[in-house]
Design a protein around this ligand. Structure first.
Ligand code: AGP
Length: 611
């Protein structure tokens, strides 16, 4: 979850690092810190956000050609100045920033305590930097070799950057389970948890792989070894990202920018994937189609919003391709000892490609022989690199913590896969397939039309901004949309909200309904329309305040709804993509009106790299 930035070269490191930390703040924002090298290692730390760290630095600014920085999402130890990174070793000769968890830190700490080491913070990271120092001193090793030697003893996940007093030419970085990318330009090096702090300086990057340690020396260049001492040739690749992708572009929040970007993002998802002859082209899936169709079990694993996309996809696969699908939370799946073998296919869905539970579940599936596929947004992420095949959503960077365009692009690609499989096993009529493809290609412009409801939703939001609870109801494919609407609202506005299958409401939640309870009824699926209308009437007769989302504002729904949100009419498979836009906007406006920090909600971080 934390964000790491480091620079070594011939420029002033502080401005580069602080700007990079701001770009990575979505990964964690409870404390931040920087260490720079002058005559000694000089650290600046603060509780809170990167802007608080800037104030700290400005009290006593220095310049340096090398530095490391960190923005934290606390795991070990409360978020305070002492626990903030960077951490220094006992001798103050070494400094480290770390993203991840050292699981055996307690036993290492005990061992180091016996050797006389003292610990000032509650963090596992301070243990690691002292272990590196211990290795360096007792074995008389170089910085590079002492990091490698210490990491041999470590269990857990890490992305680290280590710097050393008096060593102006060198930093050492390593990764296992947490991402790290190195940017290279004219003898200068940039290190970060993702490419966003690097993109304005260079497009040439090396993604470090698990178990690799790199020595970055401005004189001798980049040298990589595995922890077990095998030489690795660095693979330099070109970034496809642009600077506009990671800026707000005139919007108040990234979340709003990303909501409005959905037509463009879906255009990118579709690009090159539907041929002029109406064939669906998904290169990363082609070799696995037959296996999916013949699989013992087809399991989707994901977390949060991506899990909701998986739930919608289960309707797609079942109804279009007649495939049985099991959708599991990755965090549960990995610990339930699932029955898996080479006849199983496991599909991970993830925006970041770094979610710890999804990554671990995917590794488990692979280790048991199952075919592991992934739908992922971030190119080069851990999950994207570890699977047998899959597809990128190409949504562009999603920076707001609340997932928006990731969800709709995931649904788009999942629908394409279902159609492709349905065509392959002839479970969809050609006429329906052709019609679907036409509608899918019109989706970006339909979404542009749909976004015109924003003003109306802003007005509705004003009326409901002080509500304490919300209920979201949907049926069929719109049930996961109800879950997603509730998740969006609670994570950014801190209003308690629940999503339910509309009919299930009678089995408990109906007791909550009174004249204070807003109930969002997602009624955009024609097949279920009359049924959900009856459920809405049950809400109305108990005094609930209905906001309905519909294709047609007919008399029956209008007469019982306090507000009717009309969205463009689409095929039932596309209705989740259209309906969710209103829910994203509703939660966004309510959160802004309540004064919440929409892009960085409390206690959350964008990619959850701890289990
Ligand atoms: C939702 O708005 C959240 N950002 C969260 O639920 C997210 O979907 C979840 O953490 C999974 O992330 P991933 O798609 O990057 O794996």
């Amino acid at each position: 979850m934390c964000g790491i930035v480091s620079y070594i070269g011939n420029k002033d490191a502080y401005p580069i690092i602080i700007k990079g930390l701001k770009r990575l703040e979505y990964r964690g924002y409870d404390s931040a810190g920087i260490c720079l090298l002058k005559n000694s290692l000089i650290s600046y730390k603060s509780k809170g956000k990167v802007k608080d760290l800037e104030k700290e630095f400005n009290k006593k600014p220095i310049s340096s050609f090398v530095g490391i920085g960190h923005t934290r999402w606390a795991t070990h130890g409360e978020p305070n100045k002492t626990n903030a990174h960077p951490h220094l070793s006992n001798s103050k000769n070494l400094a480290i920033v770390h993203n991840g968890i050292i699981e055996n830190y307690d036993s290492i700490r005990k061992l180091l305590k016996k050797k006389g080491y003292k610990f000032y913070s509650d963090t596992d990271t301070e243990v690691l930097i002292n272990l590196i120092e211990y290795e360096q001193k007792s074995e008389n090793l170089s910085l590079f070799e002492s990091v490698r030697s210490a990491l041999k003893q470590v269990i857990g996940a890490y992305a680290i950057v280590v710097m050393e007093k008096d060593n102006f030419n060198e930093i050492v970085v390593a990764r296992k389970g947490s991402p790290l990318v190195i940017g290279i330009e004219n003898g200068e090096y940039y290190v970060a948890s993702d490419a966003s702090p690097i993109i304005e300086y260079t497009k040439n990057v090396v993604y470090l792989n698990d178990d690799e340690v790199a020595r970055i020396n401005i004189k001798s260049g980049l040298q990589i070894k595995t922890v077990s001492n095998k030489k690795v040739t660095p693979f330099v690749q070109e970034l496809a990202l642009s600077i506009e992708d990671i800026e707000k572009g005139g919007f108040d929040y990234f979340m709003l920018k990303e909501i409005y970007e959905q037509p463009k993002s879906i255009r990118s998802t579709l690009r090159g994937r539907i041929t002029a002859q109406n064939k669906i082209k998904l290169a990363g899936f082609r070799d696995f189609e037959k296996k999916i169709l013949k699989a013992n079990r087809f399991t989707i694993i994901a977390c949060g919003t991506s899990w909701h996309a998986g739930l919608v996809a289960s309707y797609y696969f079942e109804s279009i391709a007649r495939i049985n699908v099991d959708v599991q939370y990755a965090s549960e799946f990995r610990y339930r000892n699932p029955v898996l073998n080479e006849n199983d296919v496991v599909l991970s869905i993830t925006q970041s490609g770094e979610t710890a539970d999804t990554l671990a579940a995917q590794k488990l599936a692979k280790s048991r022989g199952a075919i592991s596929l992934a739908i992922c947004n971030v190119v080069g992420s851990s999950i994207a690199r570890e699977n047998d095949g899959g597809a990128y959503t190409h949504a562009g960077p999603e920076i707001g913590v609340a997932s928006t365009k990731a969800f709709t692009t995931q649904l788009t690609i999942l629908l394409l896969i279902a159609l492709r499989l349905g065509k392959e096993n002839s479970s969809i009529r050609d006429r329906d397939y052709q019609r679907m493809l036409i509608e899918i290609q019109m989706l970006p412009s339909t979404l542009e039309e749909c976004l015109k409801i924003d003003k109306k939703i802003k007005k509705i939001s004003k009326e409901f901004m002080n509500s304490e609870n919300f209920l979201y109801l949907g049926r069929g494919m719109n049930f996961p949309v109800a879950l997603e609407g509730a998740l969006k609202l609670k994570e950014i506005s801190y209003i308690h909200a629940e999503g339910y299958p509309a009919a299930e409401m009678k089995h408990g939640p109906i007791a909550l309904i009174d004249e204070k309870m807003p109930v969002v009824v997602i009624a955009t699926e024609e097949e279920h329309y009359t049924k959900i209308l009856s459920n809405a009437q049950e809400v109305k007769s108990r005094g609930g305040r209905i906001i309905s989302i519909v294709f047609d504002a007919d008399e029956s729904i209008s007469s019982i709804s306090e507000h009717v949100i009309k969205v463009p009419k689409v095929n039932k498979y596309l209705s989740p993509i259209i309906s969710v836009i209103s829910l994203q906007l509703l939660s966004y406006h309510i959160a802004v009106m309540r004064g919440c920090d929409v892009d960085q909600p409390r206690n959350l971080a964008k990619s959850v790299t701890v289990e």
